[in-house]
Design a binder for this molecule. Structure first.
Ligand SMILES: C[S@@+](CC[C@H](N)C(=O)[O-])C[C@H]1O[C@@H](n2cnc3c(N)ncnc32)[C@H](O)[C@@H]1O
Length: 200
């Protein structure tokens, strides 16, 4: 397998509160992965925040169409989740936080994630839940505070709220994969997590 050591990338800066939230999210994922010395790939990793946390006890790489670096440079494959340039049955776990909304072909993306997982491997896909109007405004306001009013972050949150997956869509999507056992769980109050296991 060929990995690319990331040498270039856009600098990514997240506010103190945003970094705290992202770290908390990845810490919860680590608990759910529950294991050591595992090979993990973080799809749509963005910066190194999640990778640095997960690699304490594991071997972790990222995959992103357009990665950023926050602190230290990290091991990342530049590629699209729609066609992951890696072999079948390679990873013990696949994580992905706040990226699924961008995947144009979710069916293909999830089948790619399942393909690169080893049998028995787990995946965790996290994103903001679907909310109706008044609650959306409240969340945007909360986001405004967390991201200290940065315009591009507000735009991104708006996009996430508008494109949030509903439970029924998730169920329909996941029903296409008979080799997966999954459940939809709550994650940090306002997020959902599709938590799945590749059976064979
Ligand atoms: C909002 S950022 C989330 C970054 C990080 N996971 C976090 O929670 O902070 C979404 C990331 O998904 C990446 N992304 C979007 N579409 C993608 C695709 N089709 N394949 C791989 N990565 C993708 C973007 O480049 C971006 O870095």
């Amino acid at each position: 397998m060929k990995y690319v050591k990331l040498k270039t990338g856009q600098h990514y800066s997240s506010s103190f509160l945003e970094t705290l939230l992202i770290k908390q999210s990845y810490k919860l994922i680590i608990k759910r992965i529950d294991g050591k010395n595992l090979s993990i790939i973080d799809v749509g990793c963005g910066s190194d925040i999640g990778i640095k946390l997960m690699e304490k006890n594991n071997r972790v790489i990222g995959l992103d169409i357009k990665p950023y670096f926050q602190g230290k440079r990290f091991e990342c494959i530049i590629g699209n989740v729609h066609a992951i340039p890696l072999k079948d049955n390679t990873f013990d776990a696949v994580t992905s936080r706040s990226s699924v909304n961008y995947w144009n072909n979710k069916n293909k993306s999830i089948s790619e994630i399942i393909r690169i997982l080893k049998p028995g491997g787990k995946f965790f896909i996290i994103s903001i839940k679907h909310y109706k109007r008044p609650m959306r405004y409240l969340l945007l306001l909360l986001n405004y505070i967390i991201c200290t009013g940065k315009k591009e972050k507000i735009e991104e949150t708006k996009y996430f709220l508008e494109t949030a997956l509903q439970k029924e869509e998730i169920k329909k999507l996941m029903s296409k994969f008979p080799n997966v056992k999954y459940r939809i769980t709550n994650h940090l109050l306002i997020y959902f997590c599709i938590e799945g296991k590749k059976l064979f």
